[in-house]
Design a protein around this ligand. Structure first.
Ligand code: DGL
Length: 275
């Protein structure tokens, strides 16, 4: 199926749908192919090499579908695989394709949102241990203190659709408390995992009202719009028929049921192996 010319959106599972939703709202005319690697998610506790290998396989699959541009709508993949893909794989094998992540566009703007110059970052173990946000935010905002907290139970709660039930409260409060104990100055908290916006209402319940919670969808969508403005060669190569196709490496029935909850519309996903 070469020549599809859609924008590829990749996530380990459902989380990237929060980014996809924001992108498709801001840039509705393009064609999109979403791929969730649900069969192998969560990625959060996998090694660097494993996340790199899985992500590269999925990116290459999206290239095979004809995507000139792929967005890693996954912080864990952006933290552990993006640099290798951009620096090693693209120049060698795919010099005309592009892969973008979610960490840099977020780090570029999040520092402006804090008055106290103290930002909390919540993410998977993989993202937090990589220290990608610490490094990137401090590149753009050297005077900002970054406090990190991994939340390993949150992705499984979302992937299993348990995040809105009372059983989730314990783990939501636990990680929020652990983050807030690190500094009384934190006034802005970044949800540095694309699954976490689904838990946002619950996170709010356990935080003082004045704390700003930042989800990435709109930030990544604006950054993509800006990128396409600046890269007309890529923009011109993209199809503009407003077609959206969803693939999963997991079970399509489960994906359809869950993804519909995320996107608020009925979906008919295809198995990744079907092409
Ligand atoms: N949603 C992903 C992220 O932004 C990954 C979650 C996971 O698979 O552990 O980090």
């Amino acid at each position: 199926m070469q020549g599809n010319n859609a924008i590829g959106i990749f996530d380990s599972g459902f989380g990237g749908l929060t980014v996809f939703k924001a992108i498709a709202e801001k840039l509705p005319n393009y064609n999109y192919i979403y791929l969730g690697d649900n069969a192998r998610s969560p990625y959060g506790d996998h090694s660097f090499d494993t996340v790199y290998r899985y992500t590269l396989e999925c990116v290459e699959w999206l290239f095979e579908q004809g995507c000139p541009l792929v967005i890693l709508a996954c912080n864990t993949a952006s933290a552990k695989a993006l640099r290798n893909i951009q620096q090693l794989d693209l120049p060698k094998k795919y010099p005309n394709r592009r892969v973008l992540g979610v960490i840099r566009p977020t780090a570029e703007v999040v520092g402006e949102m804090s008055k106290t110059k103290a930002i909390g970052v919540l993410g998977t173990r993989g993202t937090i241990r990589s220290e990608s946000y610490l490094i990137e935010i401090n590149k753009f905002f050297p005077d900002v203190e970054v406090y990190q907290q991994s939340c390993p139970m949150w992705v499984p709660l979302v992937e299993n659709n348990e995040h809105e039930y009372p059983g989730a409260d314990y783990f939501v409060k636990k990680y929020i408390d652990e983050l807030m104990q690190q500094s009384p100055n934190i006034d802005t908290i970044l949800l540095a995992c694309t699954h976490y916006p689904l838990i946002l209402p619950k996170i709010k319940q356990f935080l003082p009202q004045e704390i700003t919670l930042v989800a990435q969808g709109d930030i990544v969508a604006s950054s993509l719009a800006d990128y396409l403005d600046r890269h007309q060669d890529i923009e011109k190569a993209l199809a503009k028929e407003a077609k959206q196709t969803f693939y999963t490496s997991g079970d399509t029935d489960i994906f359809n049921a869950q993804a519909s909850v995320f996107l608020g519309k009925k979906l008919n996903s295809k198995p990744m192996g079907s092409n």
